[in-house]
Design a protein around this ligand. Structure first.
Ligand SMILES: Nc1ncnc2c1ncn2[C@@H]1O[C@H](COP(=O)(O)OP(=O)(O)O)[C@@H](O)[C@H]1O
Ligand SMILES: [Mg+2]
Length: 261
């Protein structure tokens, strides 16, 4: 579905994407796992065409996103659903209007049909009957679910999630994880989930990509990642503070030198 080739993105002296090569399989949930500052959000922005890389390619269904015109990209993005960190709901619109927003913006669909679609999407995220509520009246978990209903309102082929469970309590986290997995199957779509939560990752992932300060240090099925013998991967998935993962980017070169040269 998506293939990334030799992707490079730098911010000043920081290499946020360091010659990344990876792919996202159609119909699967792929989790991009990594600590804070490892370049997860940067990769996600490039996968969705929101940001252009310095070099490299992102093939979405065979077409290189980085070479498309603004207009072509705009068209392509209609096939993508996105759930951003913090849900990004419009505070001044009720739940119904938040979810209807992309339909009003991008289509000519009649109001009564919009109503049917919104009701159906709300039902899918388990929030039937909440149409009239305002975002401020919702819990964090409910906001994420409204954001998710909005992300699927245009029937995307792929959904991108940036840290969908960060800041949520364990029960809400479980609900969102289950929704991600269920929607992936029910809607027959592809899902890309950015996360730093290892437990959450293994609950939902078919495939896992681990980022480590701009580098991909592992890519494989969830089982392959669990069985990895790379000390950085072992430390990361065990959440072990005493190990090769350094706490700053400056330590990284030093650690690379002693461990991998
Ligand atoms: N727009 C930007 N301008 C400057 N530096 C950035 C920008 N976006 C990200 N970075 C830097 O790139 C690195 C990776 O960031 P990010 O992709 O947000 O990581 P993550 O999502 O894994 O926490 C960090 O060091 C961050 O400070
Ligand atoms: Mg991030």
């Amino acid at each position: 579905m998506i293939k990334v080739e030799n992707l490079v993105k730098k911010y000043g002296s920081i290499v946020a994407s360091n010659h990344l090569n990876c792919h996202f399989e159609k119909g699967k949930v792929t989790v991009i796992l990594g600590g804070s500052g490892s370049g997860k959000s940067t990769l996600l922005r490039q996968l969705t065409g929101l940001e252009k890389p310095d070099s490299g390619a992102v093939y979405f269904e065979g077409r290189d996103l980085t070479k498309l015109s603004r207009k072509e990209l705009y068209g392509l993005r209609k096939k993508m659903g996105m759930l951003f960190q913090g849900s990004a709901l419009f505070n001044y619109l009720n739940i119904y209007e938040n979810i209807a927003f992309p339909l009003r913006e991008h289509t000519q669909i009649a109001d009564n049909v919009i109503k049917t679609i919104v009701t159906m999407k709300l039902e899918m995220v388990g929030l039937r009957g909440t149409e009239a509520l305002m975002p401020a009246q919702l819990s964090g978990g409910m906001m994420k679910r409204v954001g998710l209903a909005r992300a699927i309102v245009m029937d995307p082929k792929i959904i991108f999630y940036d840290e969908p469970t960060s800041g949520l309590d364990p029960i809400s986290t479980g609900v969102i994880d289950k929704l991600i997995k269920d929607l992936n199957q029910k809607l027959n779509i592809t899902s890309v989930v950015v996360s730093h939560d290892i437990e959450s990752c293994f609950r939902i992932a078919d495939n896992v990509i681990i980022l480590f300060y701009g580098d991909i240090i592992a890519e494989g099925t969830a089982q392959e990642i669990r069985d990895s013998e790379d000390p950085r991967v072992i430390q990361f998935i065990n959440g072990n503070p005493e190990g090769p993962i350094p706490f700053t980017r400056t330590d990284k070169n030093y650690v690379d030198d002693i461990l991998f040269d």
